[in-house]
Ligand binder design. Structure first.
Ligand code: HEC
Length: 99
């Protein structure tokens, strides 16, 4: 009788674990799709050229912190970027136009 209980517990535990792993799998699939919809290069070309040329941006060499400051300043000036787009663009700028 006792051994059966332990077995039951193990079965329940493994079912729970399996569904948690399955749920995590779903989440990472959703995250993996995001970079396609938010493309840093497209954002840069579409949103950062309203007021000055692209050369103003591509000629710069900044650390991630400096790009973060710059993008925040540009948003305050009127650049059209929501929070997610800012993060994606800052990542792209830091990778592409680093020091
Ligand atoms: C609403 C107009 C506007 C938009 C949109 C804009 N900028 Fe600017 N940007 C400016 C102005 C004005 C200056 C010069 C004054 C200054 O540096 O604050 C400038 C200067 C810059 C500079 C040179 C100064 C520095 O800090 O190195 C960089 C780099 C730059 N912008 C990057 C960007 C990026 C990246 C974007 C897209 C997120 C962007 N800008 C969008 C107005 C804009």
């Amino acid at each position: 009788m006792k051994a059966n209980r332990v077995l039951m517990m193990l079965v329940v535990l493994s079912v729970v674990t399996a569904s948690v792993i399955a749920a995590c799998g779903d989440v990472s699939e959703e995250v993996a799709e995001d970079p396609i919809s938010i493309d840093g290069q497209v954002l840069l070309e579409e949103r950062c050229t309203d007021c000055h040329s692209l050369g103003r941006v591509t000629g710069a060499e900044k650390t991630r912190d400096e790009w973060e400051d710059t993008v925040t300043r540009m948003v305050n000036l009127g650049a059209r970027l929501n929070d997610e787009e800012q993060t994606a663009l800052i990542d792209y700028l830091a990778q592409t136009y680093g020091p």
